[in-house]
Design a protein around this ligand. Structure first.
Ligand code: GLU
Length: 493
């Protein structure tokens, strides 16, 4: 791999929610740019006005920032090669379409949508592949100019060579050879004066000095067309890298909208914004997606900096990867453990606040070491630790009754615990655990009975982080109040 600074771009269309596919291409783009001391660019491909969704562009920018894939040039920050939104570049494409027409490599087409439809129907009836029949390919240029001057609607089509073959080189797949007679004269400029992807992306990649084009393998079909357009202009080609598609978790078939909706039911998503809300970390998402298409060991845990260190386009693979959410859990949990307590505190706080809890920062910093190992997603902090920030907990009366005992015996245990814990001035975990264990010994009840009642009384739940450490953080006064409350509940049961 050459070490020349690479200029890479992520070029999403703002047509829906930002998904995993965009994130992964952006990651590889970012890694290559950083690795080589180059630039990573965001370009918004919004020329399909009918499909543009309000807010989608912002979601892409927010998503990239959340992931930590900061771009060096983009619509909101500008740069030397802007504008970075294609609808703001229409004159550039029109000028380039004109150049191709003048070179005899493109031509105006006046065929109406109705005519094109009839041609298509007839071809389908004859079991032929639908394609443009070339009706306008050999129109007299002066005639064409006159029709345009008369205000007739037209598109511009690229004139594909009809003989020979096109050899297009993909960095991961090698040479792809296509017979030119199989290729179609595609529209590159639409009647509204806006370009199609085929012209816009090629022109922009050239104008923005992009050295490596990474994109989804769904573009392999029109890859020969793109290569022909670059060559018709006489430009140098970028390195082309077509990345594999994602397969369903089962490995059978492409990841689909339906599959994505299924995943959501289990608390997973392939949309970046959802992942954030579900409590996944950017580190976890990046590490997970990095390995779906990059031939490093499947369980390699890497931060973004480590990925930059190790990245090479030569180790990307063209084989499709199945989306495996269990691996996402694994990487997320692993990265949560690698965060500093302060960093994790800042990330957990919004989840507590979202639940309406009043978070005390000193308590938050102290409880994190107790729950960190239990977190798979950040929002797991609620089930493991909301009780630290609640004014009151409301234990389930049945949960307060220990296994093998009745309400009366359980109340007696709670009363004893209250006395023992209330005897001292503080509630250090060492200071409370020893006398409580002594009580277990002398009472004849089991540790799980006694501590179980205490746990439910103090935390409101049957499963919690280590009990005595938790009580120390909650503090004597609140713990005693909660035990008192539990006694009341048991006495009424
Ligand atoms: N706008 C295209 C898309 O969203 C981008 C493909 C490319 O990166 O060239 O699929």
């Amino acid at each position: 791999m050459s070490n020349k600074p690479a200029r890479t771009r992520i070029a999403p269309s703002p047509t829906g929610h930002m998904h995993l596919g965009t994130a992964r291409v952006a990651l590889y783009d970012y890694l290559l740019a950083k690795k080589t001391g180059g630039q990573f660019i965001l370009r918004i491909e919004d020329t399909d006005l009918k499909r543009t969704v309000p807010g989608a562009e912002q979601e892409i920018m927010d998503g990239l920032r959340w992931l930590g894939l900061t771009y060096d040039e983009g619509p909101d920050i500008g740069g030397q090669y802007g504008p970075y939104r294609q609808t703001e570049r229409r004159e550039i494409y029109q000028a380039h379409a004109k150049t191709l027409v003048e070179k005899g490599r493109a031509y105006p087409c006046f065929c109406s949508p109705e005519r094109l439809d009839q041609v298509r129907q007839a071809q389908m009836k004859n079991k032929e592949n639908p394609r443009y029949d070339g009706a306008c390919r050999s129109l007299d240029p002066d005639d064409a100019a006159r029709r345009i001057a008369n205000g007739e609607a037209y598109t511009i089509r690229f004139k594909m060579p009809q003989e020979g073959a096109t050899v297009a080189r993909d960095h991961l797949r090698g040479d792809i050879v296509t017979e030119n007679k199989q290729l179609n004269d595609q529209v590159i400029l639409k009647t509204d004066g806006l370009p199609t992807y085929h012209l816009a992306a090629i022109v922009d990649d050239h104008e923005m000095k992009i050295t490596h084009v990474m994109r989804g393998s769904e573009w392999l079909g029109t890859f020969p067309l793109h290569v022909n357009i670059v060559r018709a202009f006489g430009w140098d080609e970028p390195v082309w890298i077509h990345l594999s598609v994602f397969l369903k978790p089962s490995g059978k078939g492409k990841m689909s909208k339906r599959e994505a909706a299924e995943a959501m039911k289990d608390g997973y998503s392939i949309f970046i914004k959802d992942m954030q809300e579900l409590g996944f970390t950017p580190e976890g998402v990046l590490n997970w997606s990095a390995l779906m298409g990059w031939g490093v060991a499947e369980d390699d845990v890497m931060t973004l900096d480590q990925m930059i260190e190790r990245f090479s386009i030569d180790s990307l693979t063209p084989s499709p990867a199945a989306v495996n959410f269990q691996k996402l859990d694994h990487f997320n949990a692993t990265h949560i453990r690698l965060l500093t307590t302060e960093d994790l505190a800042a990330r957990l706080k919004p989840y507590f606040t979202r639940e309406g809890l009043n978070v005390r920062d000193d308590v938050l910093l102290k409880m994190i070491p107790l729950i960190r190992e239990r977190l798979t997603t950040l929002d797991d902090c609620i089930s493991f630790g909301a009780f630290f920030f609640k004014d009151e907990v409301t234990p389930n009366p049945e949960d307060l009754i220990a296994k093998g005992l009745d309400a009366k015996q359980s109340a007696e245990i709670a009363r004893r615990a209250y006395q023992i814990l209330g005897a001292g001035p503080g509630l250090s975990h060492e200071g409370s655990e020893a006398p409580m264990r002594a009580y277990v010994e002398e009472s004849g009840y089991s540790a799980s009975q006694v501590f179980g009642i205490l746990r439910v009384a103090v935390t409101g739940q049957k499963v919690s982080p280590p009990l005595f450490e938790s009580m120390e953080i909650i503090g004597r006064e609140i713990c005693l109040r909660r035990i008192q409350n539990a006694i009341g509940i048991l006495e009424k049961t």
